[in-house]
Design a protein around this ligand. Structure first.
Ligand SMILES: N[C@@H](CCC(=O)N[C@@H](CS)C(=O)NCC(=O)O)C(=O)O
Length: 219
């Protein structure tokens, strides 16, 4: 039995996309982003009260990077992983985990734009800085994607899923129009059926009500 604890448009979408790519049977428990992640029952699954949590083989995993690596080990024939000893192993690991370098900024921006709902709680400087730092991450990706269809020369992998999902969140705060290789790659990977299946269903509770949250104008 595989059961994913998921909140729409959050990092758990990364694990959901992976499961859809693998084509395995699983169930999803949807959580609203917020206080119910701090319930005793949920904390037994993820002690920090975060999504995702993945119940699998009688174990509970949290941390998207660990979940992705675990799933790739479990399903080596999917081609999504690069096992120890594979020539692309190091690059696969680096880019798989680069998703969290991106997501730390999206998390800070989500807090600024969405969680802190009173204007006086927000900091325009933090919003501007975090969005600029996303731009630096985009530049790193743009460089990596020069002359490549996917992050690894060997083709589509879990690294594309991880970074692609991180980008999905980040694009709510920093546009990527001036990064052509990144934009083409993002268009390519988000056409995949598994990505489309990971998007919020119609009427579902979303984390992002708007497509884009600009830095507010200076007062
Ligand atoms: N490094 C963790 C981060 C997990 C995380 O912080 N998830 C966010 C959603 S994107 C969350 O559950 N936040 C709830 C909260 O902070 O209350 C991972 O990759 O799984």
């Amino acid at each position: 039995m595989i059961r994913l604890h998921h909140a729409h448009q959050t990092r758990s979408m990364r694990s959901l996309w992976m499961l859809h790519e693998l084509g395995v049977e699983f169930e999803v428990v949807e959580h609203a982003f917020g206080k119910n992640l701090r319930s005793e029952d949920y904390l037994a699954l993820n002690p920090a009260g975060r999504v995702p949590a993945l119940e699998i083989d009688g174990k509970v995993l949290f941390e998207t990077g660990a979940i992705t690596e675990y799933l790739c080990d479990l399903y080596p024939r999917s081609g999504l992983g690069r096992a120890a000893g594979h020539p692309e192993r190091a690059d696969w690991l680096v880019w798989l985990h680069f998703s969290e370098t991106i997501s730390q900024h999206s998390a800070a921006l989500t807090q600024q734009h969405i969680a802190l709902y009173e204007d006086h709680m927000r900091s325009r400087i933090v919003m501007k800085l975090e969005a600029a730092r996303l731009g630096k991450c985009y530049a790193a990706l743009e460089q990596r994607l020069q002359g490549r269809d996917y992050i690894l020369d060997g083709g589509f992998s879990a690294a594309d899923v991880s970074v692609g999902q991180a980008l999905y969140m980040a694009l709510h705060f920093r546009r990527a129009d001036e990064f052509p290789a990144l934009s083409e790659w993002y268009g390519r990977i988000t056409q995949r059926e598994a990505f489309q299946k990971s998007l919020p269903t119609k009427g579902a509770v979303r984390l992002y009500e708007k497509a884009f949250y600009p830095v507010p104008e200076e007062a």
